[in-house]
Design a protein around this ligand. Structure first.
Ligand code: ADP
Ligand code: MG
Length: 246
């Protein structure tokens, strides 16, 4: 006579842990509702699929490295009127990822650039995409260290597995020549292959100052703005507004 434990342990051997956990209740549901063999089988496999999906999303959420969870649902479009909910929502079918397009948020401090980038990133992870959130500063640090170790290519390849790389606060600090070159290598590799979301306080015309030398700035900026959704955000700092209130 076959026992539940025997069957469960076989599923566990095959790493179908979700089926192993739910088989008793699924069999009961099947019996109670007179399910066909096919319906029963589908129920069993759906259980496993949905648990694996949830686990993958949880793992991707960890790997994304978001500094905090800022959701788009918390974004106040009455305060920030230089972008509309419709514009943001139109990005959430993630066609921009499939079409290898970029998003650039430009504007002064406190206007919601990082909030929007994070919110879009969170949604993307929930939809099954792989996302990496990083500041320009720590990204460049990582690339510079990799380059010193002779592992820049390897590092860049490891970043290519993300569907979106979010680079927060590009242009806040000037960069030396080597860093710029390393960053260019990454952007070149991501170009037309993956999507980049950038937040920056610099308009493209002043990127030359930031990137030190215009002859490197031009190809970087070119690759970033080509196939890009560019949003110029203005208005008052939300942080300032909150302070005045309090
Ligand atoms: P930026 O990156 O443009 O400097 P942030 O996105 O970090 O600004 O916004 C600063 C703070 O204000 C964050 O806590 C953010 O969640 C909040 N914030 C900014 N704009 C809005 C908004 N329109 N609605 C709700 N919160 C906002
Ligand atoms: Mg920011």
């Amino acid at each position: 006579m076959t026992s539940y434990d025997q069957v469960k342990s076989k599923f566990k051997t095959l790493r179908f842990s979700s089926i192993a956990d739910s088989i008793e209740s699924v069999i009961k549901t099947a019996e109670d509702n007179d399910l066909s063999y096919l319906e029963f089988t589908e129920m069993l496999v759906d259980d496993e699929l949905s648990r694996r999906n949830k686990n993958r999303i949880r793992l991707n959420m960890k790997k994304a490295g978001f500094p905090y969870e800022k959701h788009l649902s918390e974004f106040d479009y009455k305060h920030q009127t230089t972008i509309t909910k419709k514009q943001v929502s139109s990005l959430l079918d993630f066609g921009f990822i499939d079409n290898r397009q970029n998003i650039v948020f430009i504007g002064p401090p406190g206007v919601g650039k990082t909030h929007l980038a994070t919110g879009i990133g969170l949604k993307a992870v929930q939809s099954g995409y792989k996302v990496l959130f990083t500041t320009a500063l720590s990204l460049v640090e990582i690339l510079d260290i990799a380059e010193l170790k002779g592992e820049l290519k390897k590092k860049i390849n490891s970043l290519l597995k993300f569907d979106i790389v979010i680079i927060d606060e590009l242009g806040y600090l000037p960069m030396d020549k080597t860093s710029m070159y390393n960053l260019f290598q990454l952007i070149n590799a991501l170009y037309e292959y993956r999507s980049i979301i950038i937040t920056t306080n610099k308009e493209f015309t002043s990127w030359g100052d930031f990137f030190f030398e215009d002859n490197v700035a031009v190809p970087i900026v070119d690759r970033l703005i080509h196939h890009s959704h560019i949003f110029m955000l203005g208005g008052e700092s939300y942080r300032l507004k909150q302070k005045m209130k309090g």
